[in-house]
Design a protein around this ligand. Structure first.
Ligand code: NAP
Length: 490
C-alpha cells in the first residue's frame, strides 16, 4: 500500500456525525484529531459530538423505530446482505484504514474485515428466523402464544481494539431484530465505524436506523442518552470498570444491558499436549492484535514436564517476529495504541521481574518514534505478580508452571474474569473435564483463536453479560411476550 492509497482511503471517510441519514457537523462545530499510533502523525480531524448531538441522534433513532420494526424481515435481511457485499468490495480499503488508525498489521486487519463482515451476513440470515411458540397449557384450559418483538432504540459504545468487528457484532443483530441504533465509536479509532456507516447508507438503509456519534465526551454523552426514556437498551464493549459504571447508570431506568468486558485468559498446556499445536496456538492467542484483545492469552500455565520445551520453542518463534508499522507486509507486531498502553505493559513486566521472573526475550519498550513494545517472554512468573491478575493488553507472554491437573484448574480459575480459556491436551476426557471445570464463557480446546460469527461470544463473572453472534446474538435485541388465550374447544 502506497502513501497515495493511504490518502485516498482517508479521504473516503465521511465527514461529520451520521444523524437521520445525513452526515452533519457537530453542534458548535467542535472537532478532534485521530492519530496513527505507529508514527504519531495526525490522520484526520473528526466532528466531536456533544451530548445534545447524542439526543438528536436518539431523536432520529426513535423516529425511525416503528417503521424499521414494521419493515419486512426479508427487507432488513437484504439490507444487511447488501452492506456485507459493499464491505467485500471495499475490504482492502477498510483493512488499510483500520491499520492506519489502530496499528495492527494489514493481514490481521484483513482478517478483521472478514470476521466483522461475517456478522452482517450471519444476521442477514437470522433476521428471517425470528420465531415464536404456540402451546397448550398443562391443564388444557388455555393456549399460550410466545412471540418476540424488537427491544427498541439501542445505544452502543465500542472500544478501539477491533474498530470494525465490535461495531458490526452489535449493529447487525440489532438491525436484524428490528431495532434502531445510536453508536459511539472509540475516540481513538472512529474512522472505520464511520466508513462502515457510509456503506450502510449506500446500501439503502433508511434514515435514522443507524446513527453514529464520535465524541470526546463519552461520559456526558452516554449519560444524556441513557437518561432518555426513549432508549431501551445499552450494549457496551470495553473495560470492566467502565462497564460497571454503565450498569449502574442503566439500573436507573432498568435498561436491557449487554456487557462485553475485560478478560484474563489462561492458556493451559498439559504434558500430553501436541507441543507444535500449542506453540502455534500460543502465537495466535497472544500476539494477534498485538496482544490488545480481550481474548488474548494473559497467563500461560504450562505443565512442569514440558515447560522448558514449550518456552524454548515459543521464544524462538517470537524472536523472529518483525516489529513495525502495520502497513509493512513483513510486520507481525504493530504499535500499542498509545503511551499509556506501553507504560501499563512495562509496569507489569517490571513488577514480574522484580518478583523473580526470568526474561527470555524483550522486556521493554522499543525506543524511537511510535508506541512500540518489544515482544516479550517471561518465564517462572511468581504467583503474586500483578501481571497474573491484570489484562496486559500487549505482546507479553507470562509463563507459570504447574504440577498436576487440579493445580492447573485452580490457577486458571484464580481470577475475577471469565471470558475465555485455552487448553491444549491430547486426552479427550481431560479436555471434557476442562470444559466443565474452567469458569469462562468460551474455550479454545487445542485452538488459539475462538472468534466466529456463528458462535455465541461472551463471558461470565466480571467479563460480562449477554452473548454476541450465534443464534443467541439476536435475542439480546428481542423482548419476549407471552399471551394467554382460552382453549378454543372449551
Ligand atoms: P474503555 O476505556 O472501557 O473504553 C471503551 C469505550 O467506552 C470507548 O468508546 C470509550 O470512549 C467509552 N467510555 C469510556 N469511559 C466512558 C464512560 N464513563 N461512559 C461511557 N463510555 C465511556 O476500554 P478500551 O480501552 O477502549 O478497550 C479495552 C477494553 O475492552 C479491554 O478491557 C478489553 O478486554 C475490552 N474488550 C472486551 C471485548 C469483549 O468482547 N469482551 C472485546 C474487545 C475489548 P473513549 O474512546 O472516548 O474513551
Amino acid at each position: 500500500m502506497s502513501a497515495a492509497d493511504e490518502a485516498r482511503v482517508l479521504a473516503a471517510v465521511p465527514d461529520g456525525l451520521l444523524i437521520g441519514g445525513e452526515w452533519r457537523p457537530a453542534g458548535g462545530g467542535a472537532r478532534f484529531d485521530v492519530f496513527d499510533p505507529a508514527t504519531g502523525t495526525r490522520l484526520a480531524s473528526v466532528a466531536d459530538g456533544t451530548p445534545d448531538d447524542g439526543i438528536e441522534a436518539l431523536d432520529a433513532a426513535a423516529a425511525a423505530q416503528d417503521d424499521w420494526a414494521a419493515t419486512p424481515p426479508r427487507v432488513r435481511s437484504e439490507l444487511l446482505r447488501a452492506t456485507w457485499e459493499l464491505v467485500q468490495q471495499r475490504k482492502d480499503d477498510l483493512a488499510l484504514l483500520m491499520t492506519l488508525e489502530m496499528g495492527k498489521p494489514l493481514a490481521e486487519s484483513a482478517g478483521e474485515v472478514t470476521y466483522g463482515g461475517e456478522f452482517l451476513r450471519w444476521f442477514a440470515e437470522e433476521a428471517v428466523r425470528i420465531t415464536g411458540r404456540y402451546g397448550t397449557n398443562p391443564e388444557n384450559t388455555g393456549r399460550t402464544i410466545v412471540s418476540q418483538h424488537p427491544v427498541g432504540p439501542c445505544y452502543f459504545i465500542t472500544p478501539w481494539n477491533f474498530p470494525l468487528a465490535m461495531a458490526t457484532r452489535k449493529i447487525a443483530p440489532a438491525l436484524a431484530a428490528g431495532c434502531t441504533v445510536v453508536i459511539k465509536p472509540a475516540e481513538l479509532t472512529p474512522l472505520t465505524t464511520m466508513y462502515v456507516g457510509e456503506l450502510f447508507r449506500q446500501a439503502g438503509l433508511p434514515a435514522g436506523v443507524l446513527n453514529i456519534v464520535p465524541s470526546t465526551a463519552a461520559g456526558p454523552l452516554s449519560e444524556r442518552i441513557m437518561d432518555d426514556p426513549r432508549l431501551r437498551k445499552i450494549s457496551f464493549t470495553g473495560s470492566t470498570p467502565v462497564g460497571v459504571r454503565l450498569m449502574q447508570q442503566a439500573a436507573k431506568r432498568v435498561l436491557r444491558t449487554s456487557m462485553e468486558l475485560g478478560g484474563n485468559a489462561p492458556f493451559v498446556v498439559f504434558d500430553d499436549a501436541d507441543l507444535d499445536a500449542a506453540v502455534a496456538g500460543a502465537l495466535l492467542a497472544k500476539f494477534r492484535n498485538i496482544g490488545e484483545a480481550c481474548t488474548a492469552a494473559n497467563r500461560f500455565l504450562v505443565h512442569e514436564a514440558v515447560a522448558d520445551e514449550f518456552a524454548n520453542r515459543l521464544t524462538e518463534q517470537v524472536a523472529a517476529m518483525r516489529v513495525g508499522r502495520g502497513t509493512d507486509p513483513e510486520v507481525r507486531i504493530g504499535p500499542l495504541i498509545n503511551e499509556q498502553a506501553v507504560g501499563k505493559a512495562d509496569t507489569l513486566v517490571r513488577d514480574a521481574v522484580q518478583r523473580g521472573a526470568t526474561v527470555r526475550l524483550g522486556g521493554g519498550p522499543v525506543t524511537g518514534s511510535g508506541t512500540f513494545y518489544a515482544p516479550t517472554v517471561l518465564d517462572r512468573v511468581d504467583a503474586g505478580s500483578d501481571i497474573l491478575q491484570t489484562e496486559i493488553f500487549g505482546p507479553v507472554v507470562a509463563i507459570t508452571r504447574f504440577a498436576d491437573e487440579a493445580e492447573a484448574v485452580r490457577l486458571a480459575n484464580d481470577t475475577e474474569f471469565g471470558l475465555v480459556s485455552y487448553v491444549f491436551t491430547r486426552d479427550l476426557a481431560r479436555g471434557q473435564r476442562m470444559i466443565e471445570g474452567l469458569r469462562t464463557g468460551m474455550m479454545g480446546l487445542n485452538v488459539g483463536v475462538i472468534s466466529n460469527a456463528a458462535a455465541p461470544f461472551g463471558g461470565v463473572k466480571q467479563s460480562g453479560l449477554g452473548r454476541e453472534g450465534g443464534f443467541e446474538g439476536i435475542h439480546e435485541y428481542l423482548d419476549v411476550k407471552y399471551t394467554m388465550t382460552p382453549n378454543p374447544f372449551a
